[in-house]
Design a protein around this ligand. Structure first.
Ligand code: 5GP
Length: 198
């Protein structure tokens, strides 16, 4: 059986990754989800084990040292990491997994897994990004400013990704991601020898 794809979507925060990924999952509910570990505090409405596993920095680092976290990154003062075993199990079982990672996270995935597919989600413009960050209302001004500054630096990394999608409209962006996944699944390398089986 061929391994499930590890599809990682990165992009500046406020670009709408969460919404777009939810729409992709609605179009195909069979995607697996990787629940990350984080040292940030839960936001209102977030539940342990659903959005994240919430851990202290000490607990996080000891998980990393034990090999339980395969990649991690620091984002606006907090650590975020991908648990190793669930991701490997899902991919080994042929399940395609969608991941919402920082740029460094997507790069780590690309280095370590040949079944990875990295997608950079771009906002339509900086002014739109700023509106979305402020409109979200969950961050204070300092965090909005930090995220905007980070966005300017992050956009320079787009060329290192396999694909780029501009999120003008979340439904259209989700459709484009589905098309990317469909094309990736048809790559000969992922179906090698199939011509001998027909
Ligand atoms: P938030 O605090 O808004 O939920 O997430 C902040 C950032 O952390 C997002 O850009 C998200 O992509 C990233 N993130 C979430 N989980 C992981 C992870 O396991 N690894 C990495 N590298 N980034 C993550």
């Amino acid at each position: 059986m061929s391994k499930g794809l590890l599809i990682s979507v990165s992009g500046p925060s406020g670009t709408g990754k969460g919404t777009v990924l939810d729409k992709v999952k609605q179009q195909d509910p069979d995607f697996g989800t990787s629940v990350s570990v984080t040292t940030r505090a839960p936001r209102e409405g977030e539940t342990e084990g659903v959005e994240y596993y919430f851990r202290t920095r000490e607990q996080f680092m000891s998980m990393f040292e034990e090999g339980e976290i395969l990649e991690y990154d620091e984002f606006v003062g907090n650590l975020y990491g991908t648990p190793t075993i669930p991701l490997q199990e899902m991919s080994d079982n042929g399940t395609d997994v969608l991941l919402d990672l920082t740029i460094a996270g997507s790069m780590a995935l690309k280095e370590n897994f040949e079944q990875s597919v990295t997608i950079f989600l771009l906002p339509p413009s900086f002014s739109e990004l700023e509106n979305r960050l402020r409109g979200r209302g969950t961050e204070d001004e300092a965090h909005v400013a930090a995220r905007l500054e980070m966005a300017r630096q992050e956009i320079d990394y787009a060329p290192r990704f396999d694909y780029v999608v501009v999120n003008k409209d979340a439904d259209e962006a989700a459709r484009q991601i589905m098309s990317i996944i469909t094309a990736e699944k048809c790559r000969y390398i992922r179906n090698s020898g199939i011509e001998k089986t027909i």
